[in-house]
Ligand binder design. Structure first.
Ligand SMILES: [Zn+2]
Length: 76
């Protein structure tokens, strides 16, 4: 069995704004891949990149506290 875990991702404010505004971009909480289609409230979709069921809608990921948004210019 492959290991799938949900981790927290740090994203810069301006990029987060873009993703939030777009509203159709998911983020994989396992591998961090961004850009796969997912509704804002999507949960546990399968990520094409790593095969884990950890693809979340961007909004949902924020609500569930998997995404930490930091101001632009913050070293990550
Ligand atoms: Zn993935």
């Amino acid at each position: 069995m492959e290991k799938c875990r949900k981790r927290t991702w740090t994203i810069k404010e301006s990029y987060a704004d873009d993703l939030f505004t777009d509203g159709r971009q998911g983020i994989c909480l396992n591998c961090g891949e961004i850009g796969q289609f997912a509704e804002p409230d999507a949960r546990e979709y399968t990520c094409y990149c790593c095969g884990c069921k950890t693809l979340y809608g961007f909004e949902e990921a924020i609500v569930e506290m998997y995404i930490e948004v930091v101001p632009d210019g913050t070293p990550v």
